[in-house]
Every structure is written in C-alpha cells, then in structure tokens.
Design a protein around this ligand. Structure first.
Ligand code: GLV
Ligand code: MN
Ligand code: MN
Ligand code: MN
Length: 411
C-alpha cells in the first residue's frame, strides 16, 4: 500500500519522499527500467496513488471517460473558472518498454508538490488549477502516442481508439472498460491553459548549465508500420537466387532511413521489429518494422518518408517481396504559445528550447495556450533506464512550476 500523507520539511526532502513512493512501481529488476503500460497493474497502482494524493489534499477528482484523471484545486464545476478558465498541469504515468523513471511521472509529482508550495505560502486559486494524468502518452501498449489527450481534445475518432489492440489482442475499449467518451468540449472549453513539466530528453540544459528551461516548439513527427512480405522457405535447401526474403528489404530500409534522415538533418528510427515465423532455420515470410520519423519542418518529414517509400519499393522489386506502408500516427508541428512562453522564460529567467519529443502538451496546444517546462537531465538520455534528474533540479522544477501557477492562477 502506498502512503498518501502530505510530507513536511524542505522541498528537496519532500520531493524525495514522494518520489520514493513511486520508484518501485513497475521497475524491472533486471534492466532497472520501467514497464508501466496503460491499465496494467503498475499503471493502475499509480492511478490509485494519484487518487490518494488528491484525497490527501482535499482535491476533487474527475475522470473524462477516456482514462484521463484530473484532480482539482478549486472547483472546476462551479463556474469560478470565470472567463479565463482553469489552468491544467500534469503529464502521464505510462512508460516505454524499460523506460526511465522521470518521463511522465515527474510532471504529475511536481504538480502536486507545486500546489503544496502555493498553499503553504497562503495562496488560493483565483481560477481552478487541475492536475492531469493523461493515459497512454507513449503509445507503448496501443500504438498511438498521446492517445488520452487526443481523445480528450477530439483529435482521434473514439471508434478508432476503441478498436486499437495491444500485442495480446486486447482492445483499448476492453482495457478502459468502456467505449472511450471522446472529445470533452465541456471540460476543454473550461480550460484557460495547460503547463506540462517534463524531464528534458536531451542535453541542452546540461550544456548551458540551467536547471529549468521553457519549451518553444515540438518537431512534427509520426509512426509508420512497414510490412515486408516474402516467402517462408528452408534456410538450408533454398538456393540464394530462389529466395524472396523480406528481411533483406527490411534491412535495406533501416539503413536507408538512417541515410535519408542524416541527409536532411532529420531523425529516423526503427526501434521495433516483428519477424514471422521467427525461426533461425527459416527464411521469414514477413517482417514488420515500425518507423519513427521526426524533423524540424513538416516538408522535410514528408520528403523523408516519400524518399524512403520510393527506395524501399525499388528494393522490394529487386528482392521479389512486397511492401505495405501504414501511417499509424502523425503529429503536426507544435509552436507553443509565444506570449506565454516568453512570459514564463522571463519569469523564471530560463532558456527556451525546442524538442523533437512528443507530449500531451503538443495536443493541448491546438486548443488552449500551452507551455512546457523542462528539468535538466544530466545524462541527456531518455526512453532508457539511464534517464536522470537530480533531486535539487527536481525541486527547482517544482519551484518553477509553483511560480508559474502563482502567476497564472493564484491570488
Ligand atoms: C514520446 O515520448 C515520444 O516522443 O515518442
Ligand atoms: Mn516519452
Ligand atoms: Mn513524456
Ligand atoms: Mn512524450
């Protein structure tokens, strides 16, 4: 049972006490990384922890029918949001396979601790402040990143979301226990802004020696499923000239993705692959690879994917294989609210930086003024157990978020 007391003492100690409650949940003893997929026991435990944190602070809890949780300081339902609307802050609990500790949970923990700071300073919300836990941000279980925030914002058809399946064939609707509710204009229309705090997923803050930064933009990015089909046959008896081996087309395509991305200053990764039948002594019948591609400009991303499709198709002809490319998700470029970003960078005396990582804030930015704070990551590594953040920097992040909330939402 996780404790749910609101700790006392210096902020850095309170951060550590809170963080220690979450640290064992979903941690793989072998890799030291996290396996916190949406609606699996570790993530459900974190959701319970969220409810306990809200209850310990007397914050009202709401759910949006899409799996997203909200805890409110100030009542969002009484209209005291006024014309400015509520300010939402938060992040996600789910992880990539063997992901780091901070990606996601840091934003939620920091949100609760920032509210504690404001309360301890005698502040009250002039507009409601909500802490959000968005579901399936990584797309680690159902394949579409930011699924919870996309549903909340009406950026994905709920029927499509409902039918998404995990590796075991369980649908998102079954995991959620209902058909997702989809867009919640009633909740979204009542928001006046979203501020997400996140661990930095690069080395920019470490290089400039700043504990906290403000995000300026998110690169456009997407995921494509590449299905290479050939002919299964005996590895020993099939003459080399007679083969239709999809592994060759796949291998060529992975190298071509790397080359085409480098040529354009873009990023391309094939981090996941499935081979059928997956036998050492059989030529595969099918190889499925998942391409993740990102670029600073949408045109560059479009060109990169088009060039790769052409090259892979040519290679498939040579190999006697077939290639089908399915776009699984696409996220347009996000420019965070420039006024809000500039205001926060001034307030915090923090550097502004763009990122190529996706976030729920990128989805919300299409609907409400949105900003992100990044906390320094000394390794610069993320989506890996090597992801890091120092306790003092995390406390600085909480303080920065508290300052932001004081500026935007308190009296
Ligand atoms: C999510 O973190 C992503 O950028 O893929
Ligand atoms: Mn992530
Ligand atoms: Mn994240
Ligand atoms: Mn992300």
């Amino acid at each position: 049972m996780l404790s749910h007391s609101v700790e006392e003492g210096p902020l850095v100690n309170r951060f550590r006490a809170c963080w220690d409650e979450l640290a064992p949940v979903g941690r793989d003893a072998g890799s030291g990384g996290y396996l916190r997929y949406a609606f699996t026991p570790p993530e459900l435990r974190l959701r319970d922890w969220f409810r306990d944190q809200a209850a310990a602070r007397g914050m009202a809890l709401t759910e949006d029918g899409n799996g997203n949780l909200f805890a409110w300081w100030g009542d969002p339902g009484t209209g005291d949001a006024g014309s400015d609307g509520a300010i939402l802050t938060g992040s996600h609990f789910d992880s990539v396979p063997h992901g780091g500790a901070y990606d996601g949970p840091l934003g939620i923990v920091s949100a609760f601790l920032a509210i504690d700071e404001l309360r301890a300073a005698g502040m009250a919300p002039a507009r409601p402040v909500g802490v959000a836990a968005f579901v399936e941000e990584e797309g680690g279980r159902f394949g579409v990143p930011c699924l919870g925030s996309r549903l909340f914002a009406g950026a994905i058809d709920p029927d499509r979301a409902a039918a998404l399946t995990d590796a075991a064939g369980t649908t998102f609707a079954a995991a959620l226990g209902r058909r997702p509710a989809g867009a919640r204009p009633d909740l979204l229309g009542n928001l006046g802004g979203y501020v997400e705090l996140h661990v930095e997923q690069g080395r920019a803050l470490a290089e400039v020696g700043a504990p906290v930064g403000v995000a300026s933009a998110i690169w456009p990015h997407g995921r494509w499923r590449l299905e290479f089909t050939g002919e299964a046959n005996h590895a020993g008896t099939t003459r080399m000239a007679d083969r239709r081996d999809p592994m060759l087309t796949y291998a060529f395509t992975v190298l071509a993705a790397n080359k085409e991305a480098r040529l354009r200053g873009a990023h391309a990764t094939v981090g996941r692959v499935r081979v059928e039948p997956n036998a050492t002594n059989a030529i595969p019948s099918r190889v499925t690879g998942w391409l993740d591609a990102r670029a600073a400009e949408p045109e560059t991303l479009t060109e990169l994917v088009a060039a790769l499709r052409t090259k892979a198709a040519e290679r498939a002809r040579r190999d006697g294989t077939e290639l089908v490319v399915v776009e699984e998700s696409a996220t347009p470029p996000v420019a965070f609210d420039t006024d809000l970003g500039a205001r926060l960078a001034r307030l915090l005396a923090a550097p502004a930086l763009p990122t190529a990582a996706g976030h729920d804030a990128g989805v919300l930015a299409g609907h409400v003024p949105t900003a992100m704070l990044f906390v320094r990551n000394p390794t610069g590594v993320s989506h890996s157990p090597a992801e890091a953040a120092g306790d003092a920097d995390c406390a600085a992040g909480v303080r920065a978020l508290a300052e932001v909330l004081a500026e935007l939402a308190c009296r």
